[in-house]
Design a protein around this ligand. Sequence first.
Ligand code: PLP
Length: 336
Amino acid sequence: MSHEPADLSTNENPLGPSPAVKLAVAREARRVHRYPARDDSALRTALASHHGRDLTPDHFFAGSSASEILAFLARAAFAPGDEGIVCSPTFPVYAHTMAHQDARLVDVPLDPATAVHDGDRILAAITPRTRLIYICNPGNPTGVVLPAADFRALLDRVPPGVVVVADEVYYQYVAADFPDTIEQILAGRDVVIVHSFSKGYGMAGLRLGYGIARPDLVRRFGRFRLTYHLSAIAQAAGVAALTDQGHVEKTVALTRDGRRFLAVELDRLGIRYWPSEANFVLIAPAAPEAALARLAADGIQVRPVEGPGRVACLRISIGRPDMNRRVIDALAQETA
Ligand SMILES: Cc1ncc(COP(=O)(O)O)c(C=O)c1O
């Protein structure tokens, strides 16, 4: 058995970045003694043209990663004592950025069985201090999607002034019914979409992400950007990545194949998992610590996390076919 290390713990792109990105990085590397463009309008123009519809560059704000976009949102939204609603288990950066602002985290846990958001309980948790509601869709660590009709029903009932953060960094991988959140933005709703170049574009090391929202919300939430806030390399790489959607399609096809393979094999092994629409799968093995140790012994790093209902789980990124096979072989040994 191969023991070549496989890091399946951070949901990276197993194909790496597009060749167009590597070229852009090499080109810009020769000019790093120069400051980058003073603003990021070239990137925002490319994003508007990529997403199309009636979006303009003014619907976008960029940051050094989706995590920084989340920090911008928290900084602009929360005064001390204000509240943000999260649905646990979820992406920990919501809680971190809220804590930096001394905001109060209000948890409305996901359904313990299905890992779906509970719209009624989210609405019931809103108070006059609520500023942001975080909807991680597909959810991390669950991979589960909040369907379009449920998301719209939630937006219809959220009071004006409370902003919904639609963290959709895994949107490219979704094959199921999924909200058209851009349509909601164009309809004037208080929603901010969070996207990242770390996942489908395979650029986690470059740190680049962006938000999409109504231009007045972009002005409000994007205002903490510093001059020259994005490196010339990151900006050029972002523009280059957008030109190579074929690379994203290849990534997505590989991931969906891996997802199907893992689902079939996990069913065969009788290991509980949640139906994922992202580039990872959350499993609840009978003996999670032993499964983690077995995977580690085979050189495979995965992420131990608390799943819905606080069950001990492992989140496993979907890798190349040989890596997915090794995951299943290791889990099979553990369940044998
Ligand atoms: C749901 C979710 N949002 C945001 C991010 C942050 O992505 P970035 O690498 O752009 O900071 C991640 C990263 O794993 C994530 O899982």
